[in-house]
Write a protein that binds this ligand. Structure first.
Ligand code: ADP
Ligand code: ZN
Length: 218
């Protein structure tokens, strides 16, 4: 099955979609992680997007659409996928519709003040893409990724100015997708304000119910 994890920056799309991908054995595809890996490795893609991402702006649609199209053409997606951070604009959603039918959209919702607090305490593993929070979701060993042992870093776009830009890009370009999907009736909204385990328990049962529903098998 195919799932899109949708929501403002800092709602926990990354954390929840990684857990879901492990639990339900579907590939986790995060455009943010793909861009960050490209920047880390200094590839032509990374060089092209570095300053855009650090400023908290969106990468142009043509580039992002092409990247996801290529990713969704790899053989590991035969049983489905969990998309994290894509689509983020109406043109991206239209492009995804052209390539993939019948995906579910999981909309994670968190009030704005909580978002700012989450983003400013965030630490990230640039090796495996896991996110932590210094207070709410610390790693077992301070500063080290539980999953792969890499030293954690602060994302450049978690600086205060960039956070403001990301939230305004979200409101202008991404929030209109809520209506786009709601009209279609494929959007499931989950409150993501509670701690990660509570949100995960609810999300897991929503996903499990969809997976077990024979009408949903695609
Ligand atoms: P968050 O959801 O916390 O903002 P992501 O890791 O999903 O973080 O994305 C980080 C940055 O990567 C975005 O601010 C944007 O610059 C770029 N990016 C990721 N996905 C997309 C997308 N679908 N379209 C355009 N830019 C994107
Ligand atoms: Zn890691």
């Amino acid at each position: 099955m195919k799932f899109v994890f949708f929501g403002a920056p800092g709602v926990g799309k990354g954390t929840m979609s990684i857990r879901a991908s492990q639990e339900f054995k579907l590939p986790h595809i995060s455009t943010g992680n793909i861009f960050r890996a490209a920047i880390r490795d200094g590839t032509p893609l990374g060089i092209a997007v570095k300053s855009i991402i650090e400023a908290g702006d969106l990468v142009p649609d043509d580039l992002t659409i092409k990247l996801v199209r290529e990713r969704l053409a790899l053989p590991d997606v035969a049983r489905g996928w969990m998309l994290d951070g894509y689509p983020r604009t109406i043109p991206q959603a239209q492009a995804l519709d052209a390539d993939a039918a019948g995906y579910h959209v999981i909309d994670l919702e968190v009030p704005d003040p909580v978002i700012i607090e989450r983003l400013s305490g965030r630490r990230m593993c640039l090796h495996c893409g896991r996110s932590y929070h210094m207070v709410h979701m610390p790693p077992a060993v301070p500063g080290i990724c539980d999953q792969c042992g890499t030293a954690l870093s602060v994302r450049d776009d978690d600086a205060e100015d960039a956070i403001r830009n990301r939230l305004s890009a979200y409101r202008m370009l991404t929030a209109p997708l809520v209506e786009f999907y709601r009209e279609r009736g494929t959007m499931i909204t989950i409150s993501a304000e509670n701690d990660a385990d509570t949100v995960w328990n609810e999300l897991r049962s929503v996903l499990a119910a969809l997976m077990e529903d024979p009408r949903q098998q695609k």
